[in-house]
Design a protein around this ligand. Structure first.
Ligand SMILES: Cc1cc2nc3c(=O)[nH]c(=O)nc-3n(C[C@H](O)[C@H](O)[C@H](O)COP(=O)(O)O)c2cc1C
Length: 318
């Protein structure tokens, strides 16, 4: 199924300022081209114990979080969808898994949530296969689990399905195995990337770890991850296009300036998402970035973003 038009092609990344009803309506009123919900689970979750977010670590290199999927639970998000749609832009529901008292198996949780959100009128689902802060091991690093989760969704859900992926860094064989599976499963878009997992920061004044859950380890977002995200976007883009496959890649990671967004488009992203910068700046970030992107396009003789998607050139010798 065709994915909804995201206009402008910039949205929030699932998580930051997208948990509560108020936050979601603020995104609806903002310059973002869609509203993406916080990743929802079967049961409401309070998330991990505090401190679980270092919003701005030293030198503004980024944020580190170990939120543990704090969310209202899928039933509440399903109730909110019709109201959110009144803002006149696509509503994308991010769907995740967490162990809960109902003890539903992994794939069933995803399916129950996905069906409810489709029924509620969501325009697209973003299947989060990459949460790093529950066990440290995301579903997307196990191809068998990716198949287990995605096959029933592909069969039973009619609205477009994107998948949110973790960085594969230097695990190239794993990347290729999963990318080929995504082609086989005919996902409608790939969103890359989730936080760079298992990072640590230390407060020097108190000589204390910044975060409490999971031994202090969290997921990194913000400027520090920009080159990592560009590598992930470009790798998926090339993998698909070299095989004649048109799956769109949505870029997420490290965008705080208009130039960062342009780099994502050049690397192959057709839509970009903003997480840490939204946390820092609030929903006005979308207007600032998009105005800048439009100015850059005009100054460089382009009339639309489509003209630069994947248009990065290989470096040449002198
Ligand atoms: C506080 C916080 C909460 C997040 N929660 C989620 C989430 O629920 N689902 C998800 O897919 N990604 C989540 N992320 C990851 C972001 O969506 C994004 O992939 C990552 O931060 C990289 O983008 P950035 O560099 O723009 O921050 C979260 C990130 C932060 C900082």
């Amino acid at each position: 199924m065709a994915i909804p038009k995201i206009d402008p092609p910039i949205t929030n990344a699932s998580g930051p300022l997208s948990v509560t009803e108020e936050e979601l309506h603020a995104l609806g009123r903002s310059g973002a081209g869609a509203v993406v919900t916080k990743s929802m689970t079967h049961c409401p979750r309070a998330g991990n114990p505090e401190p679980r977010l270092a919003a701005r670590i030293d030198h503004d290199v980024g944020s580190i979080n170990s939120m543990g999927l704090n969310n209202l639970g899928y039933e509440r998000y399903a109730e909110l969808v019709p109201e959110l749609k009144r803002h006149g832009k696509p509503v994308i529901a991010s769907v995740s898994y967490a162990p809960c008292e109902h003890e539903l198996p992994l794939e069933e949780q995803y399916l129950v949530i996905a069906k409810a959100l489709e029924e509620a009128g969501a325009d697209m689902l973003e299947i989060n296969l990459s949460t790093p802060n529950l066990t440290g091991i995301p579903i997307a690093t196990d191809p068998e689990n990716v198949r287990k989760v995605m096959e029933p969704l592909r069969r039973e859900i009619k609205i477009p399905l994107s998948v949110k992926m973790p960085p594969y860094n230097n695990s190239l064989p794993l990347f290729e195995e999963v990318a080929s599976l995504l082609v086989e499963l005919e996902v409608d878009a790939v969103v890359t990337m989730n936080s760079e997992p298992n990072v640590l920061d230390i407060d020097l004044q108190t000589r204390t770890k910044r975060l409490r859950p999971r031994g202090g380890y969290g997921g990194l977002g913000g400027p520090a991850v920009l080159p990592i995200a560009l590598g992930e976007v470009h790798r998926f883009y090339r993998y698909f296009r070299e095989r004649g496959c048109e799956i769109p890649v949505w870029g997420c990671g490290g965008i705080t300036t208009l130039e960062d967004a342009i780099k994502h488009f050049l690397a192959g992203a057709s839509v970009v998402q903003v997480g840490t910068a939204l946390l820092w700046e609030g929903p006005s970030v979308f207007e600032r970035l998009w105005t800048g992107v439009e100015r850059w396009l005009a100054e460089h003789g382009f009339s639309s973003v489509e003209e630069i998607v994947g248009a990065v050139q290989e470096a040449r010798g002198a």
